[in-house]
Ligand binder design. Structure first.
Ligand code: EPZ
Length: 429
């Protein structure tokens, strides 16, 4: 298994290109199941999760092809992806594929909408809590689906097709919003989703669906209205920039000091995180093409943060913020309010000398004068990158094990940080 080796202590200086958002690219790819025509996605990040989803979609009969060329460490891969699901050849998404990535469960809604039946394994994904799928199922039932569980599979049928309905989410769920939104595009009549997720990735997917001929209004707000249509057609769409990658590199620069231009980043996609960084003493300037992030000399101030659905502070940046606050001058309080088990990075940060105590959903981070390099283990995608941030500021050598988690969500991480002066390399096993 590959590992990442970091020699800490270098300030970051340079430019980092921001990739297309993983969490938009995945549902956009899944939306291709809704039409026999070709969906062309531009700015698709080269990530393990994208590769895995391609395998899952191929199993349903989707033809996939990349074009364009991009230089990466292990070859060339295009970032424009064409997906054509002319015929759905299989409405089963098997355990062996779905268990590796939770987002693959979102094929349920599109398959049900187009083929009126689907059999999808209950999902896997990062180990960050129980992560049930009850909201996905309740929403599809509100559109008339008959659902049962059989041997670890969700079996869904909609004889005669889905019918529009009203569904109010008892809790905000990004995935369930994607799933039901996609299903409702081909349902008969009007669907209203209340308390829907407002994440920019939901609005991005809706914008692509509208290009495909869907009639969706209100995506990006808590109330989404969908007028069902008989069929959808092909479209071309550019994936929006990754706000979590943006926030992660901004926090890396904040931790090490220095100044970096995040090329292609959009400040409007992460208002809460940028506010927190400014409060901590980081300079952030928006330009028409990206974000300039700098911390030159100013000490880091502690912050109090609670994660929340968009536009609140994202749970996907909580671990990175914690790594950053390890170097602040005082005590920070970080409350994780989305997932109940997303503090797995705490014990690994402690191996680097962090002083963090956890009580329930609250972590108290006492800033320390220095961190010391150590061997650490990544437990999930965002936890892994928090260890990279800590390693960048720690004295001496840090080795992060289980790098496959990072490869799921960060494109060319070593290359991007290395080009800004970080001493970071991948050790191939
Ligand atoms: C999406 O996961 C993201 N994944 C996650 O990013 C992100 O952490 C999460 O949203 C929250 O922002 C993708 O976009 C691919 P949820 P999702 O449904 O959709 C509970 C990353 O690192 N819930 O919004 O799976 C759930 O347990 C990943 O890129 C139910 O109770 O998250 C959680 O407490 C990790 N029942 C809360 O809702 C359900 O049926 C929010 O989960 C569904 C969810």
């Amino acid at each position: 298994m590959d590992r990442i080796r970091i020699i800490g202590g270098e300030r970051l200086k340079g430019t980092i290109p921001i990739s297309g958002a993983k969490n938009a690219a995945l549902p956009l790819m899944i939306a291709s199941l809704l039409t026999p025509d070709t969906i062309t996605l531009k700015n698709v990040p080269n990530l393990a999760d994208v590769g895995l989803l391609i395998r899952i979609l191929r199993n349903h009969g989707t033809d996939t092809a990349f074009d364009g060329k991009r230089a990466i460490a292990n070859g060339h891969q295009g970032d424009t992806l064409h997906l054509t699901a002319r015929d759905i050849v299989d409405t089963t998404a098997p355990y062996d594929l779905v268990r590796r990535m939770r987002a693959s469960f979102w094929v349920l809604g599109p398959l049900l909408a187009r083929e009126h039946k689907a059999r999808v394994s209950l999902p896997g994904g990062c180990a960050i809590g129980t992560r049930p799928v009850d909201l996905h199922l309740a929403g599809l039932q509100a559109l008339g689906a008959e659902i049962s569980l059989d041997g670890g599979y969700v079996v869904a049928n909609a004889p005669g097709g889905l019918k529009g309905g009203v569904f109010s989410f008892p809790k905000v769920s990004v995935g369930a919003t994607h799933n039901i939104l996609m299903a409702a595009t081909l349902a008969k009549g009007e669907t209203v989703l209340e308390n829907a997720a407002c994440e920019p990735e939901v609005a991005d997917v809706a914008s692509c669906l509208n290009k495909m001929g869907a009639k969706i209004e209100g995506a990006g707000t808590p109330t989404i209205t969908i007028q069902g249509v008989n069929e959808l057609e092909g479209a071309t769409h550019t994936v929006l920039p990754d706000r979590i990658e943006t926030g992660t590199y901004a926090m890396a620069v904040a931790a090490t000091g220095g100044e970096v231009y995040l090329d292609g980043a959009r400040a409007d996609l992460l208002p809460a995180a940028l506010d927190v960084l400014r409060e901590a003493g980081v300079d952030i300037t928006e330009t028409n093409r990206g974000l300039h992030v700098a911390r030159n000399g100013a000490a880091l101030k502690p912050v109090n943060v609670t994660t929340a659905p968009y536009p609140g502070f994202p749970t996907d940046l909580q671990a990175q913020l914690m790594a950053l606050m390890c170097r602040a001058g005082g005590v920070s309080q970080i409350r994780e309010a989305i997932f109940e088990n997303r503090f797995m990075h705490v014990q690994e940060l402690a191996r680097l000398g962090a002083d963090i105590s956890v009580s329930g959903d609250m972590a108290k981070v006492r800033g320390v004068p220095s961190l010391r390099g150590a061997e650490v283990m990544a437990t999930d995608l965002r936890a892994s990158v928090s260890l990279v941030i800590a390693g960048l500021v720690a004295e001496g050598e840090t080795v992060v094990n289980r790098v496959y988690h990072l490869d799921r969500g960060f494109e060319r991480l070593e290359e991007k940080l290395g080009s800004c002066g970080a001493r970071i390399e991948r050790l191939h096993s």
